[in-house]
Design a protein around this ligand. Structure first.
Ligand SMILES: Cc1cc2nc3c(=O)[nH]c(=O)nc-3n(C[C@H](O)[C@H](O)[C@H](O)COP(=O)(O)OP(=O)(O)OC[C@H]3O[C@@H](n4cnc5c(N)ncnc54)[C@H](O)[C@@H]3O)c2cc1C
Length: 412
């Protein structure tokens, strides 16, 4: 039987960050990375908007993203490969009621060294082409139906922006392969189950290769970086429901359109969030637009729905920005959020009921920006037994049993 010190399930950005950072911190053991995809990063990592921000309401998200931004900013220099890092900012816009909470949030951001500006409606309109903060131009019935109100202000995160998570994932694996104890990467290979011994310790995995051959592998540690497929894998491994994750898998779509006009401001657009959680940014000379379907069922379905763009995204958006009425849908895609239904935060660290089982899952739509920092912290945990750079204990699996949740209020 083949034996590895570490088996990583999932070759997305979180698996890449874990493997690279372990080797970078001096791990000498053998590593096997397994993914059922036919290339690195074929899961949600490849379909992400790649936004990063340090504007959060919880300290752990703020710390992880501040560190993550630091890593991504230096990625090209440190890793020798680019990751499409572009610090074009994040603009969160607010109606009157939620705007009242901004002074309090600002205090926390200031204390944590977050670089941000408060913008007036005039400043917002000057930066975002065609956006009208008031609602006088909207038919009152439509305005009421949509629940639109005047935008009374915005928070601009100066250090925020977007990058390409797939490029970063591939960069992590490429650099990992430059170490003497480089990982063995097996694609087109499915992990059918994690094996556990009588003491509930994870001891290995059962693999199925593309030809259908099955193989048992012995492992010192099994790291799950397996995104939306984690609970299915653990169920297939015989774990009771009480040991699973409170994760629901939800379809999320992104739409690519042309720009409405030739205004040069489109090219340097911050990732902007407006009414009903509609967000948009510049994506290689196009607009990338998203809006969460909040009632999306727990499912692994990724069927793309162009009608959703026409009816639920473009129609409300053109009330706020009449110029986008002419935008043509060029392409788009659907992928999955592994949403932690308990508190919208990742599940990171050892599974307290199963020694040897390491978790980096349930990222709830912020895994691209957080995994560069989490990989550093998990590598420290494996090598030294404790977190050093950032204490990720608030994200432990057992927080659900202990009722010690980490509620994040700014989720998109
Ligand atoms: C539309 C959309 C927009 C997003 N926007 C942002 C954003 O702006 N900012 C941000 O930070 N995050 C964003 N995210 C979330 C982010 O993309 C994810 O949190 C992140 O990519 C998770 O990476 P990962 O490596 O943990 O997992 P994944 O990318 O989900 O990879 C998991 C891998 O595990 C493999 N796998 C799973 N089970 C098995 C098995 N049994 N056997 C073999 N292989 C297996 C899969 O094939 C897959 O490759 C977005 C996500 C979506 C869908």
């Amino acid at each position: 039987m083949r034996k590895f010190d570490l088996v990583v399930v999932g070759a997305g950005i979180s698996g890449g960050s874990l493997v690279f950072n372990l080797l970078n911190q001096g791990f000498q053991g053998s590593i096997l990375v397994v993914d059922r995809g036919d290339a690195l990063a074929t899961g949600p990592t490849a379909f992400s908007a790649g936004g990063f921000r340090n504007l959060w309401t919880t300290s752990i998200n703020q710390q992880l993203c501040t560190k993550g931004i630091e890593v991504l900013k230096r990625f090209h220099e440190d890793m020798g490969v680019g990751c499409g890092f572009h610090q074009s900012g994040y603009l969160l816009t607010y109606y009157a009621q939620s705007w009242e909470k901004i002074p309090q949030a600002s205090e926390i951001w200031r204390r944590n060294g977050v670089n941000f500006e408060i913008w007036t409606p005039e400043q917002i309109e000057a930066r975002i082409p065609g956006l009208r903060c008031g609602v006088d131009h909207i038919d009152p019935e439509v305005c009421e139906f949509l629940g639109f109100q005047p935008i009374v202000g915005g928070v601009f995160g100066c250090d925020c922006g977007a990058f390409d998570p797939s490029q970063a994932a591939v960069g992590y694996f490429e650099r990992a392969c430059g170490f003497v104890s480089k990982p063995q990467i097996e694609l087109n290979t499915e992990v059918l189950a994690v094996a556990f011994d009588h003491a509930r310790r994870a001891t290995g995995v059962r693999l199925k290769s593309v030809g259908g051959a099955e193989e048992d592998i012995e492992a010192g540690i099994v790291a799950l970086c397996s995104g939306p497929w984690t609970n299915n894998l653990l169920k297939a491994s015989g774990l009771p429901d009480s040991d699973l994750m409170p994760i629901v898998n939800q379809k999320r779509m992104l739409f690519i359109t042309d720009f409405p006009d030739s205004d040069p401001r489109w090219q340097d657009l911050p990732l902007t969030i407006i009414d009903q959680g509609i967000y948009f940014k510049c994506e290689a000379g196009n607009l990338m637009i998203g809006k969460a379907k909040h009632d999306a069922p727990d499912s692994l379905d990724t069927t793309f729905e162009p009608d959703y763009y026409v009816d639920e995204v473009n129609l409300p958006m053109q009330e706020r920005m009449p110029n986008v009425a002419t935008c043509k849908l060029k392409s788009g895609w659907a992928s999955l959020y592994d949403t932690c239904s308990a508190d919208h935060n990742a599940i990171v660290g050892w599974h307290e009921e199963h020694p040897g089982l390491l978790l980096q899952v349930g990222y709830s739509g912020h895994g691209a920006m957080e995994s560069p920092a989490v990989g550093i912290c998990l590598a420290e945990l494996i090598l030294t037994g404790k977190y050093q750079t950032i204490d990720c204990a608030p994200l432990r699996w057992s927080r659900f049993r202990e009722g010690d949740l980490v509620h994040e209020k700014i989720v998109i």
